[in-house]
Design a protein around this ligand. Structure first.
Ligand code: GLV
Length: 321
């Protein structure tokens, strides 16, 4: 009997086909509604490998519900803050993610937010869509140019580097804060300056968050950090919501401590702090970083390769633990 591979939400057919080609018969949650927690706890029973989405919390309760035959949890996302990796490791459950395949898609969205918020594109759209009278004018809806301004990257992994490359092509200078050293060649290519977090916050015109979300980075950006930023600076977050204290971001915007924000992720997703919704100097998009057809197919295929390797008791291509 083939291994029980349980897929907790709809994934692109490329991933399912890869599983079928490997002789596996995945069981997929294919109801219209997103699986509820109670349904999830029931659905994962007896699974040998779980293929999970970032909306599913994998914790002790879920691992207990799955059972002791569980060998792997393959997240269809590069971020895996939805998974209690230590709990998985304690049970010899392998965890995998999908790095690499969503780098460009996410960097595109990060840089798109930079352009949107600095040039007031969302606000401009709202002017037209709300039928407000408008006329070209020398002083009409002026934004700020990004050329010769500094982009400060927090977390210089693959997505941080890809975002920096885009910014450099637009004439920005690059500074970064990263706990792990980056390739010397990349630092040279980008002419990038490594700074402490405080120095990066104090000197950057745009700050873009690209680090993983974990205990060490929870609320890494909050009231104290907004006070360090320039009043003319913008914050971009395409990483994970909990890295930024969302209420303190609203407070900082209210106090004029920073000039605006572009957000693809939210602290209590899918809820968005009401204080953000009415602000013109904030761009809000619904977690679209990896949302292209090609990228989602590649993510599903990589997650399937991880699941196939685990079910064959081989080392998966992109393990986390
Ligand atoms: C998307 O947010 C991801 O982590 O892949």
């Amino acid at each position: 009997m083939s291994a029980r591979i349980v897929v907790t939400g709809k994934i692109p057919s490329a991933g399912l086909n890869a599983l079928h080609d490997a002789g596996l018969s995945p069981i997929t949650w294919d109801h219209e509604h997103q699986i509820t927690r109670a349904e999830l706890l029931e659905f994962v029973k007896g699974a040998e490998v779980l293929i999970t989405l970032l909306t599913e919390k994998v914790d002790d309760e879920l691992l207990d519900a799955a059972g002791s035959q569980l060998k792997g949890v393959c997240n269809v996302a590069v971020g895996y803050n939805n998974i209690d990796v230590a709990a998985c490791t304690r049970r010899n459950v392998r965890v995998t993610n999908t790095p690499g395949v969503l780098t460009d898609a996410t960097a595109d969205i990060a840089f798109g937010l930079v352009l949107m918020v600095t040039r007031r594109l969302g606000e401009g759209e709202r002017v037209i869509r709300s039928n407000q009278p408008w006329q070209w004018g020398m002083n009409f809806m002026l934004g700020v140019g990004i050329q010769n301004r500094q982009l400060g990257i927090i977390g210089m992994g693959a997505i941080g580097v890809a975002t920096a490359r885009r910014a450099k092509a637009f004439g920005m200078s690059i500074a970064y804060f990263s706990r792990s050293p980056i390739d010397k060649k990349i630092a040279e290519e980008l002419n990038a300056t490594q700074l402490s977090l405080d120095d990066l916050l104090a000197s950057s015109d745009v700050v873009s968050v690209h680090c993983p979300s974990n205990d060490a980075t929870h609320h890494l950006i909050g009231a104290a950090q907004f006070k360090m930023m320039k009043q003319t600076a913008f914050l971009i977050n395409t990483a994970r919501g909990p890295i930024v204290n969302e209420q303190q971001l609203v407070d900082a915007l209210d106090a004029g401590e920073i000039a605006g924000a572009g957000l693809d992720v939210f602290e209590f997703e899918p809820k968005v702090n009401a204080g953000l919704l009415t602000r013109e100097n904030v761009v809000l998009i619904p977690h679209l970083g990896s949302a292209t057809q090609e990228t989602r197919a590649a993510m599903a295929t990589l997650a399937a390769s991880n699941a196939i390797a685990i079910s064959n008791s081989q080392k998966p291509p992109t393990p986390v633990n």
